[in-house]
Design a binder for this molecule. Structure first.
Ligand SMILES: C[S@@+](CC[C@H](N)C(=O)[O-])C[C@H]1O[C@@H](n2cnc3c(N)ncnc32)[C@H](O)[C@@H]1O
Length: 279
């Protein structure tokens, strides 16, 4: 496993994924019943944008850097967050979460577990799986004193078997693999339909990279053919000309999409496309 998310934290794909995640989490708060958040590939929980890895790629500059303020190099000043254009309450909450993790002069970008934690109520809980030794250690340390969050040094796909269905009968599952393996699309086409069968009413959100349009479409078609529940596909395309060997877009496949979420995500996606496409 060579993938380290610190090289990519806060890039355009992360921004899209995390705003959609916030929209999903908010939809779970509409009912009083508790819910379980399960994440299969959780990462380290928080990323320092001043770190050597983040500074090496500077991917965050064309992601969160463009949203907070085009002139900023990162999450520099919490005040600047206030200047980001208002789109809807989902984006506001996403920005508030980033602000919360940058109370001092830090330049941190939250990982998905942090966004999840931000929205958990007292009776909700989270289960996080991460396989990389160091990422797991960082995540475990980050949530060390948090009784609502269980961190497991475990293969994320096995976690789907181990923890589904949750006892709450309400759950959001984020699947965010690094796509390091050349057969990750095939693996997901086998594993996700089984997970949905185990927990038919669960809301599953799968992030996928959009490089080559044809292979992405083939993957989505094969996967949807095996899932008997409603599916929503949402994509943010940054390079509409589909540059060869580039990350041209970021996609989320959502099984059992919550009511009215499609309109909300569409609104966000068109705003993001305008804000993040290369200028
Ligand atoms: C894209 S990153 C996750 C980022 C995180 N979800 C976020 O948005 O902040 C993918 C993570 O999966 C981890 N990973 C790779 N293979 C895994 C596996 N089989 N099971 C669990 N985690 C794995 C990597 O170490 C990496 O931290």
């Amino acid at each position: 496993m060579n993938y380290r998310h610190s090289y990519h934290a806060g890039n355009f794909a992360d921004v899209f994924k995390h705003i959609v995640l916030v929209a999903l989490l908010k939809s779970f708060l509409k009912k009083d019943n508790s819910f379980c958040y399960l994440e299969t590939h959780a990462g380290a929980g928080v990323y320092d944008l001043n770190s050597e890895s983040a500074q090496k790629t500077k991917e965050f500059e064309s992601g969160i850097g463009k949203i907070i303020s085009p002139s900023l190099r990162g999450c520099e000043a919490a005040a600047a967050i206030q200047n980001a254009g208002y789109v809807n309450e989902v984006v506001n909450d996403y920005l508030s979460c980033i602000k919360k993790i940058n109370t001092d002069a830090s330049k941190n970008y939250p990982g998905s577990p942090y966004f999840a934690k931000y929205f958990l109520r007292q009776n909700d809980r989270a289960i996080l799986a991460e396989l990389h030794e160091e990422e797991y250690a960082a995540l475990k340390k980050f949530f060390a004193r948090d009784k609502q969050i269980a961190v497991h040094h475990q293969d994320g796909y096995l976690a789907l078997k181990a923890f589904l269905p949750p006892k709450e009968k309400r759950g959001l599952i984020l699947i965010d693999p690094p796509y390091e393996q050349h057969d990750e699309f095939e693996t997901l086409t086998k594993i996700l339909p089984h997970a949905v069968q185990r927990f038919e009413t669960g809301v599953f959100a799968l992030w996928y990279p959009i490089k080559d349009r044809q292979s992405t479409d083939r993957f989505l078609k094969n996967l949807q053919a095996k899932i008997s529940r409603p599916v929503l596909i949402s994509e943010l395309i940054i390079h509409p000309n589909y540059l060869p060997s580039h990350l041209n877009g970021s996609g989320m496949l959502i099984v059992n999409p919550p009511w009215q979420i499609e309109d909300k995500i569409n609104e966000i996606t068109s705003w993001l496309a305008t804000s993040l496409r290369a200028r």
